[in-house]
Unconditional design. Structure first.
Length: 688
């Protein structure tokens, strides 16, 4: 098929970032420099120029910035994402006849016959006056484009370009034997501001979503409000949670995540340790949502009122924190939707509603929703309204339970729609599932996702996994949030490794990833007893009963957690994932990795090197083989490393440096790398 305009000669390929050929937006964070690259070329020897076009979705006109040529037809440019929300970007490229002429003229001038130079005496004539006339015509065209802009400054530019064209013609008329190059870089830059875009190629528009900073860097603390009462005989309330806020904030957490706070169904209610036999005092599972009191837009009466909830949200903000709510789209048999919308559920041949199963496990207290319901539109609208209800009450962070068991088109529609109303909302996907499924949820709108970190305990698998999720192409759309434990998951490493294992895992979580979370009281108190050997379920799980936690117990690692969060807040290198780099160690039980934040106008670069003993029982030692270039250290240089966990300083030299770590005392070094420069007898320690 013949194209509409066959004179568009420039090809634009391989634009990055680009997610699934533009099907989904790439993701960045507020204040990021968004780097765009592409392969751009044309036929023949004509020069090509290109510019990056970008704008906020809804802005009437493009912003633009020139692209820079690299090697092998690759080009790059960037812009700063200065607002959260949806952005659009594309690339425009064209054959640059004026730049081609400038380069051609320089070659002609260099090849002019020169009687005084034996090497050039016999060169053929180059007809420089004709070349000047061609250039003058190109300048005339540029002046016309400048004049068409209409603004006073552009009119002045048009006049100046016309003057330059006239000077070229005057030079041509002189018929000199030798000519010098007549244009300055400033003149070339002036003409470049008014390119001929008549036959420019413009790539398809690509989308970008920009999240607020807390989507990149966050520390989550999960607790069950019903277990927060200081009186073991009383059900906890929102007021009890509020009383804990100062302590949790002092530990350095900025998001307090609450499991479902809704009424709990009575039908098929589960008892302690997930038993099917209950007594009237058993509280049931918060994930069995709904009773005659209400469903997903109601509050469990024992927790408090809406006024109490609003007060908790405000108190969290006053403590520098946000409340995250759990959204679990499933129902107890007592949920109002069961009677009002029976077609939203699957019905078995005997007329009963299908409860949740994962054979041989049965969850009789939960009805899953049917996303193939004939009334799927009504179901979608109602589920979206649940988010809207809590957003209206000031909630801007949601942890979504098992989103991979709900229809992907629903999430893509729902989150896009919610983000048009509230672009600052953060969605965390609780999706411990297959990689492509996790990634599809991220592409569909989820801000962050749980990861496989919980099950990655060996050095090689930790390195391989984090290299995958911290680098493009995955990092262009997927933001990890790592959890060493959850109410559902007590990993074998924590069951068997004792207190040192909890210390190791929290150090790994807080330094490998910019966002992490813990199921709080259980983790800080090193709760490690499973319901039975080989199970990841806790004994006396808080999912099925009220617990009382003694947060002052001597085994608590809360001081370590607080120190780690302080280190994260004061070291920008730990607030992003993209610079993560692993270093070799000759002991497979020791892992070493670094993160670097570049220098800014506010200060020098920040370099953090973390070294962790992965053995919870025995001291491990070895030689760390540093990638010096990654750290900004010169070969054969002596430099200072400060252990931010202990305050100790060490003098390291060159690539190989020795470490020995005892897990029961402190299983890791978190080292801030600094260089020493001796100036006039004074020691100046500065960050790299």
């Amino acid at each position: 098929m013949k194209p509409e305009e066959g004179r568009k000669r420039v090809i634009i390929e391989a634009i990055q970032p680009q997610i699934d050929c533009g099907r989904h937006p790439a993701r960045r964070f507020l204040g990021d420099r968004v780097d765009i690259s592409a392969a751009i070329f044309s036929d023949g020897h004509d020069h090509v120029s290109a510019r990056l076009l970008y704008k906020r979705e809804g802005e009437p006109s493009w912003r633009s910035t020139p692209m820079t040529a690299l090697v092998n037809d690759m080009w790059k440019s960037s812009f700063v994402a200065d607002q959260i929300g949806a952005w659009i970007y594309t690339i425009q490229a064209w054959v640059d006849h004026f730049d081609t002429w400038c380069d051609d003229l320089k070659k002609r001038l260099a090849a002019q016959p020169d009687p005084s130079d034996p090497a050039k005496r016999d060169l053929p004539p180059q007809d420089i006056p004709l070349a000047f006339e061609i250039g003058a015509q190109l300048l005339d065209q540029s002046a016309a484009r400048a004049a068409a802009g209409g603004k006073e400054s552009k009119a002045a530019d048009a006049k100046r370009i016309k003057t330059i064209a006239a000077s070229l013609r005057a030079l041509a008329d002189q018929k000199l034997a030798l000519y010098d190059y007549p244009l300055s870089p400033e003149i070339e830059a002036l003409v470049a501001r008014y390119p001929d875009l008549s036959f420019a190629t413009q790539a398809n528009e690509l989308r970008l979503w920009v999240d607020r900073e807390r989507a990149r860097f966050s520390s989550w603390y999960e607790l069950f409000p019903r277990s927060t009462s200081p009186d073991p005989a009383r059900h906890g309330t929102f007021a009890d949670v509020g009383a804990l806020l100062p302590d949790i904030a002092a530990m350095g957490f900025d998001i307090l995540y609450l499991p479902p706070i809704h009424p709990i169904g009575a039908a098929f209610r589960k008892g302690p340790n997930n038993t099917v036999s209950t007594n009237p005092d058993d509280p049931g599972s918060p994930w069995a949502i709904g009773s005659p009191e209400g469903g997903h837009k109601a509050i469990h009466s024992q927790l408090g009122t809406f006024a109490d909830f609003d007060h908790l949200v405000a108190a969290a903000h006053a403590n520098g924190m946000e409340i995250a709510l759990d959204i679990a789209f499933q129902c107890s048999p007592d949920h109002p939707w069961v009677k009002e919308h029976p077609d939203w559920f699957l019905h078995r041949p005997d007329g009963t509603i299908q409860y949740a199963e994962n054979p041989p496990k049965k969850y009789q207290d939960i009805y899953p929703l049917n996303f193939e319901s004939p009334d799927w539109r009504g179901l979608w609208d109602e589920l979206r309204s649940v988010f809207q209800f809590w957003i209206a009450r000031g909630v801007r962070v949601f942890r979504v339970d098992n989103p991979h068991t709900k229809a992907f088109p629903f999430w893509e529609w729902c989150m896009a729609d919610l983000h048009t109303e509230a672009p600052d909302v953060i969605f965390l996907a609780e999706a411990f599932t297959r990689p492509h499924v996790m990634y599809a949820l991220a592409k569909g709108g989820y801000t962050q996702s749980y990861t496989y970190f919980t099950w990655r305990t060996q050095k090689a698998e930790l390195q391989a996994y984090f290299e995958e999720i911290s680098k493009p192409p995955v990092a262009d759309f997927f933001t990890p949030n790592v959890w060493p434990n959850t109410p559902d998951i007590l990993h074998a490493s924590l069951q068997n490794g004792g207190r040192p294992a909890f210390m190791q895992r929290i150090i790994l979580a807080t330094t490998l990833a910019a966002s992490y979370g813990i199921y709080g009281p259980a983790f800080e108190l090193c709760e490690n007893i499973p319901i039975k050997p080989g199970s990841e379920e806790y004994l006396n799980s808080e999912k099925y009963q009220v617990r009382h936690w003694d947060r002052s117990a001597p085994q608590s690692i809360a001081p370590l957690i607080a120190r780690l969060n302080q280190i994260r807040r004061t070291n920008p290198a730990l607030q992003s994932d993209l610079s993560l780099h692993f270093h070799e160690v000759d002991n497979p039980q020791i892992i070493a990795y670094s993160k670097v934040a570049p220098a800014t106008g506010d200060g020098p670069a920040n370099v953090i090197l973390t070294v962790v003993n992965l053995d919870p029982q025995y001291e491990q030692a070895g030689w760390v083989d540093l990638d010096l270039k990654q750290l900004g250290i010169r070969h054969d240089e002596t430099f200072d490393v400060e252990d931010l966990l202990t305050g100790n300083h060490y003098q390291w030299h060159d690539r190989s440096n020795y470490v020995a770590l005892r897990p029961a005392i402190m299983p890791a070094h978190i080292l801030r790398v600094t260089r020493k420069t001796d100036t006039s007898g004074m020691l100046d320690i500065r960050n790299i």
